[in-house]
Design a protein around this ligand. Sequence first.
Ligand code: LUZ
Ligand code: MOS
Length: 755
Amino acid sequence: MKNFDTPGHTRGSSPFIDDLPELPGTLHGVAVPSPVAHGILRDLDLSAALVTDGVVRVLTAGNVPGENQIGGIIPDEPLLAEGEVHFVGQPVALVVADSPLAARRAAKKVRVDVEELPPLFDPREAAARGMFIAPPRRLVLGDPDLAWPGCEVVVEGRADTGGQEHLYLEMQGAVAVPEARGRMVVHSSTQAPTAVQRAVAGVLGWAMNRVEVNVPRLGGAFGGKEDQANAWAALAALAAAELDRPVKVVLQRHEDLRMTGKRHPYSADFKIGLSRDLRIQAYEVTLYQNSGAAADLSTAVLERSLFHATNSYYIPHVRVTGMCCRTHLPPFTAFRGFGGPQAMFVMEAAIARAAEALGVPAWRIQDRNLLRDQDELPCGMRVHQSQARRSFDEVRERFNFEGVRSDIDRFNAEHRRQKQGLSLMPVCFGISFTNTMLNQAGALVHVYTDGSASVSTGAVEMGQGVNTKILRIVARTLGLDEGCVHMEHTNTTRVANTSPTAASSGADLNGMAALLAAQTLRERLQAVAGELLGVSAASVEMCHGQVLAEGASRELSWAGLVETAYQRRINLSAQALYATPHLQYDKQQEKGTPFAYHVFGTAMTRVTVDCLRGTYTVDAVQAVHDAGRSLDPLIDRGQAEGGIVQGIGWMTMEDLVYDAAGHLRSNALSTYKVPDLHAVPGMLEVAFLEDADNPRAVMRSKAIGEPPFMYGIGTYFALLQALQAFRPDRPAFFEAPMTPERVFRFLHDPSGTDG
Ligand code: LUZ
Ligand code: MOS
């Protein structure tokens, strides 16, 4: 089954926020950005902007009727700056005009008078000054201090990863439409319709029941619209309420790049100790998260980092400390993997450092320490049905690891200027929101009198195919052909109190809610059919729109059954809530069961470096991945391939550059490089584990969105190996992204890298 959105997307006919037909009288809002990273907001001179052609109004913090606050977890983020500014690009005012062009012209004429204060961009410096978003957190398993003396080797090091721009194809945006009786309908490009509803209601000072949020589909999100869609929707609604006209706020690429948050950069210190037989005995890591100027989702991101600090390995003695460090950069936010990749990179760096010290290949250490069933993780959870061993062994066998290794040894011996490298990257990723409360979803299924069905859930379709999966689940449950089921837009009046479509759990949670609602309808209809046919309800089945009783076809169609049920005044609508069972976490003890299950897999990566130029190619990424019983292998393959390429981008070429004043210099696609078709590995293969199972998610499937992203980390370590084949005299460095510039410095700079 193909993703049913594909025909519309490929023909360009799927409407996104900016394509919605404009209502008469629609106005356009453009935010005025703070020109400096930190300072006291002295004055806003709006006079020139106000007399610009087409300008209707300029709104500032003083115009906010409700709370000038959009912080979701911690209320530390004003919608419009008030008193102080905290990052370059922070919205200080909203210009509203009759065209986007007029609004942008006028926005440039707003004079923002700021008394500058010294800005801070480095998370370690912020930590040294105690600039934390929230108190530091620590997870402990065993006691590393008791374990160090017994280790054969103990090594330490530092590892850094950069941020990452989401680069969703569709920019952030929203249209707010005021309705009669004090209602507001907001069409938003958001992963979190309820978060938008709450933010809009809060800013307007209204009850949530007067705000309807509608989400047709998103042109990508990757976490960038989990929290950061709120501001633009709230700004549109603020202006729409003030002026009683529809108001559209849609960012341009340049604005989106500069003003919105990205993946958190992390800096980390690690210490790892191993015994002679290569077992990791102890691991200690301190994570400095660069949170940016406001909390946004940073505390949740840090929590996921803590939970993934040991990746796919069992380590008996662990101490993980994490800090959300406040700096003067745009608040960093959710991005595929959500803190997991940052922590897992450090773990792999520690293994690479240990391998170097012991003179063994890293994969031998990985191999020795893979998670087994019942192993305890630092968060206290025990691993269930680990596929770490299986995926690690299968990837080596299926893709001829030993053969490739000797090929590479030969290649490196024969080539002076080109060197190749090979890595294995096991991944273990926990599925569930770490915030237990969020692991719930609602669904509403209607069957109409002609027998067709419509499904609403809290899931947001952003290209990942969640609606195609849910459609399939409902069609199977009702015994209908897929063409008889329609997926509705996500809307807060149909399904309320939605969790964001995030944490890879969109299909797990909403699919299960839809399944429960469809089961309720099926049971009601089975009862009617049983009566009609004089058989027990339990013996009634429905398949391809036909009704079967005791295994045999009857003269009763699904549509006929529905018609009869309607005549008998049976409820043909069902609502359901799914809440993942058995989750709990105690933040005081830092122990619990935060995840429903884990996704496992291993990727093998082969690269070639041109050691004269510092350039490189990723020749092959081949993975064995655990998708459970995939709901849709084609969609899951797409997610895995996309995730891998995005992960490679993060690890190699995507380099966020800020100048000393906190301006983003890599603020266009000419200076911020993302993987294009040429950067995709020459060979990209994802094999799913056969006969994989998962009793803990809908139809025994597994979540797919985020885990494959982390296979990209393998590219860094394959590159490192190739570099050290050229410069065996130089120790490994752990500073991603591994841009060609960094490669070149490692190979040729007399003083080594800057890391
Ligand atoms: N969002 C969130 C997420 O609020 N909590 C999570 O645990 C999470 N994990 C991954 C991606 N988004
Ligand atoms: Mo996400 S990083 O699952 O919004």
